[in-house]
Design a protein around this ligand. Structure first.
Ligand code: NDP
Length: 244
């Protein structure tokens, strides 16, 4: 049966490309109105137009006040923010010895603090309406760690702890919070890898391939729907079986 999100409004950070864009498209296809967010307004508006029932918003999510304003703008434009997908994320990889303070801070601010600020802002309306879905996009690296990604792994593990706390705090208001942890997915983030690196990594994946953004979007849309009404505080790896 088709998932039905008609009447719901979704905010998806980092939805101008990659996984976020596929999530936004899938939510629109299920009937939701979607706020497409990136740093550049014309790019976000262009993507929104391509997706259908969507509007573009500009926000640098590493700036706390801007994230709070973003949630307010989406509520003003659409009347509510029922589904929040914290997807935008960056990497600034280096071995610990060479990792600069600013690379640590940038990754934690963009990947983790932004989610805290967005949830804090969106929860008010969700509490009033007694319905909400918060889905945070982490990474299997947040579960198992990775050489050269101490900042990124910490940010993604942090998202998991944040999500479980939010799930416990808001469950009584029918606000559910879950985590999707992708493995290797084909996007701009992984396109920089050499074909040799992709082949070597694929060999460690039981399904023997990188995932697609749509592989992630399907689960996010399910978790946003009423079909997932009894699921909260969970972490779902979507990784071709890499971590089990
Ligand atoms: P991409 O690099 O393809 O896209 C990143 C998105 O985030 C873009 O839409 C970009 O928008 C947005 N973004 C980045 N920084 C900011 C910022 N400061 N403010 C607002 N928007 C921002 O990433 P992916 O699609 O690959 O990844 C999406 C999520 O999935 C990330 O959290 C990532 O960590 C996670 N993930 C990805 C994996 C993969 O293999 N690809 C594996 C595991 C997890 P714009 O440039 O328009 O501002």
């Amino acid at each position: 049966m088709k998932l039905d999100l008609s009447g719901k409004v979704a905010l998806v950070t980092g939805s101008t490309r990659g996984i976020g864009r596929a999530i936004a498209q899938s939510l629109v296809d299920a009937g939701a109105k979607v706020a497409v967010v990136g740093r550049d307004l014309s790019r976000a508006e262009q993507v929104a137009e391509q997706l259908g029932e969507a509007r573009g918003f500009a926000c640098d999510i590493s700036v706390p006040a801007d994230v709070t304003m973003l949630v307010q703008s989406v509520e003003d434009a659409f009347g509510s923010c029922d589904i929040l997908v914290n997807n935008a994320g960056i990497t600034k990889d280096n071995l610990m010895l060479r990792m600069k303070d600013e690379d640590w801070d940038a990754v934690l601010e963009t990947n983790l603090r932004s989610a805290f600020i967005a949830i804090r802002a969106a929860q008010r309306g969700m509490m009033k309406r007694r319905w909400g879905r918060i889905i945070n996009i982490a990474s299997v690296v947040g579960l198992i760690g990775n050489k050269g990604q101490a900042n990124y792994a910490a940010s993604k593990a942090g998202l998991i702890g944040l999500s479980k706390s939010v799930a416990k705090e808001l469950a009584s208001r029918n606000i559910l919070c879950n985590v999707v942890a992708p493995g290797f997915i084909k996007t701009d983030m992984t396109d920089a890898m050499t074909p040799e690196a992709v082949a070597a990594l694929s060999a460690q994946i039981p399904l023997e391939r990188f995932g697609t953004p749509e592989d992630i979007a399907g689960l996010v849309t399910f978790l946003a729907s009423d079909r997932a009404a009894y699921i909260t505080g969970q972490v779902f790896a979507v990784d071709g079986g890499m971590v089990m």
